[in-house]
Design a protein around this ligand. Sequence first.
Ligand code: LLP
Length: 441
Amino acid sequence: MRLSDTAHGPGPWPLTAERDDAGVLHVGGVALTDLARRHGTPLWVVDEDDLRERCRRYRAGFPGVEVAYASKAWCTTGILQIVEEEGLLVDVVSGGELHTALVAGVDPARIVLHGNNKSLAELDRALERGVGRIVVDSFEELDRLEKLAAERDTVATVWLRITPGIDAHTHEYVRTGHDDSKFGFTLSLGLADRAITIARDLVHVDVVGIHAHIGSQIFGTDPFVANAEVALDLLARWRDQHGVTLSELNLGGGMGIRYTHEDHPVEVARYGEAVLRAVDERCARHGLERPRLVVEPGRAIVGPSTLTLYEIGTIKTLPGLRTYVSVDGGMSDNIRPALYDAEHEVALANRTGAEEPMSTTVVGKHCESGDLVREHAALPSDVAVGDLLAVAATGAYTESMASNYNRLPRPAAVLVRDGQVRTLIRRETLDDLVARDVDLR
Ligand code: LLP
């Protein structure tokens, strides 16, 4: 049975996830029991078909629009190589992400550099390597780029990041479009206008467009439509008031995904349709040509493709209170439940277990009570030590936010497809953990 499409509606599992007759979960034609045996746990298992399919659906859902993968969601060489093969641009936000993209062999012209506090070194490397677009976030950066580009006798091609004043209803930590944000030039306070006034007189900075991203894990199309409308109104106003015609518009990322059966994200096709309709309506109203459009999803590309595989190590039953089920990872490989109260669906991977489910609290192995994997997880009542647990939709913002808290080595990641397994990231070793330490004896 395919898990991505169950009797209860679409599930949060990768497209090729299915159970065999013995109840063992398979992804990409590989049994998770085999993966656990050969690669150990915790393990990120990436369904390559799913990942490629998300890239394709995004491109198909936004015809004529460039799709840039926001690599902060998962920035590792192999993932970047796959998304580039699928025709996506790559968005990076630091020297480290930029370096990874360059090492992966991504064409620098197809890289977009973001960040609200890029260092001189980061900006200079971007100029040196010919990064396609730099997204300018501050007045200081305009100044720095003008100087750095002059020294290199080049011109920086940039978008101005504007803060459109749109309050998307999502977790406070992942909202970026509202006025009180550290990102971008706030439109309502006149900062965006001041930025374009300054920028148009610069010799070594060429503003070709604007960028507006409103937040992450957003359901529904209305906030995205509003964002597009605000951005196009601004382009029209700048044309009229400042005589500046900008031909490019990046509308950011933020499309929500399904983490549990209770999540109902919109299909990317419907999202694309709604946004493009709004763009065309606004262009017609203002007599603008449709700008070169870019969207910038991270989570929706990589999130659903991956599950995390853990082994259950201890089970503690507190009669009348709850049952704690502990796995061999936790907040070091997925900080999202602790940081955002995020919920990820869980399921046994090695068998289906008793029909009668019970409510459990799945926790990690860290020395912190907030080290939660899933509260109210329905697991079979015969769940046992040694069972394998799969946690759904962990491709986005898990590996990229992983730590070595309590000196846990970070997990390995494997790519599965048609019964083949490729290692994406090798497991960290105990020696890796002390490799940067300086011995004082
Ligand atoms: N573009 C910009 C400028 C962004 O800041 C982000 C995400 C994206 C694109 C991609 O957004 P996405 O399509 O992935 O929603 N760690 C949090 C999410 C932080 C998002 C940061 N910015 C989480 O685990 O939910």
